[in-house]
Design a protein around this ligand. Structure first.
Ligand code: SF4
Ligand code: SF4
Ligand code: FES
Length: 292
């Protein structure tokens, strides 16, 4: 057989190795191997379909659009989180190993339970129009471009799957998809809410150490880390940790604000005057008792 004939014969079929199993039951967990005829333009999802149609109808896999639009067919292909319907079999050398996303509990075969994401979605403070924003909203295109980038998300959750914090740690971190969601609201020119306290506390944004893995695998090419996570981190720092900005924010600009700030200072001074003798005097004698 000539070399070209050998190559053609080798490429006539696609070798698939699929992780099977029900829930986390180790007794049902196994890899099944299949060989399916290679076709022009074939993607991994086509090969999985072929297996369902010709070898094993019990193989479970989720899909909807077959066009990279619905985010249903997420899986790990040779260890990398990818959409099965957007991964050509010709782009992979040798055997193709298909596994379910490992960041989520497996229901059956390639189908995982991603429903925890909807609980996180409900936690994010919703879009809140700015005060006095009645009437027609007018803003520049450039002001909504960033927010529109984030709306390309198809909720495939591949970024959640690849994130080591979501995947391997018990940390209370909402994950990259939900930082993108919060950023899409924060960066909308007509939104008036500051979500930085939510992102700092319940959102667990500090757990992200900007490895950029999520950004590399997003099928919609959303620049997750640079355009969403880092600006959200900067908002948290500006709002909660920058002393200069804290002072600037608290400088009174109107008579009413001045009165409020003066009242706050007087209240603090009052409590210091009341409590100081009860704290400072005993502390003084305690200090003298210890250090002579
Ligand atoms: S950049 Fe942050 S969110 Fe993205 S994968 Fe790394 S740790 Fe996770
Ligand atoms: S941000 Fe990208 S990777 Fe993450 S869920 Fe949306 S489309 Fe998928
Ligand atoms: S089937 Fe819809 S994204 Fe793959």
């Amino acid at each position: 057989m000539s070399r070209q004939a050998a190559t053609e014969a080798k490429e006539a079929t696609v070798k698939l190795r699929i992780l099977r199993g029900i829930g986390d039951d180790p007794a049902t967990t196994r890899y099944d191997s299949f060989e399916v005829p290679r076709q022009d333009g074939m993607v991994v999802l086509n090969a999985v379909h072929y297996v369902q149609a010709h070898f094993d109808p019990s193989l479970s896999a989720r899909l909807n659009c077959k066009a990279g639009r619905c985010g249903s067919c997420s899986a790990e292909i040779n260890g990398r989180p990818r959409l099965m319907c957007k991964t050509p079999v010709d782009s992979i050398e040798g055997e193709i190993t298909v596994e379910p996303m490992k960041a989520f509990p497996r229901l059956r075969d390639l189908v995982t339970d991603v429903s925890d994401n909807w609980k996180v979605a409900k936690m994010i403070p919703p879009f809140t129009p700015k005060a006095n924003s009645e009437g027609v909203w007018r803003f520049y295109q450039r002001d909504v471009d960033r927010s529109r980038e984030f709306r390309k998300c198809i909720e495939c959750f591949l970024c959640q799957d690849v994130c080591h914090v979501v995947r391997e740690h018990e940390a209370e971190y909402i994950g990259p998809r939900w930082v993108v969601k919060a950023a899409s609201l924060d960066m909308h020119p007509m939104d008036g809410l500051n979500r930085s306290k939510f992102m700092k506390d319940a959102g667990g944004l500090g757990y992200c150490n900007i490895t950029k893995c999520c950004q590399e695998i997003c099928p919609e090419h959303i620049v997750i880390t640079d355009d969403a996570i880092i600006p959200e981190k900067e908002r948290v720092v500006d709002t909660h940790y920058d002393p200069l900005l804290w002072v600037i924010r608290h400088v009174p600009r109107t008579q009413d604000q001045l009165e409020v700030e003066v009242k706050k200072v007087l209240k603090v001074a009052f409590w210091v005057a009341i409590l100081a003798p009860w704290v400072l005097v005993p502390a003084y004698y305690l200090f003298r008792g210890i250090f002579g």
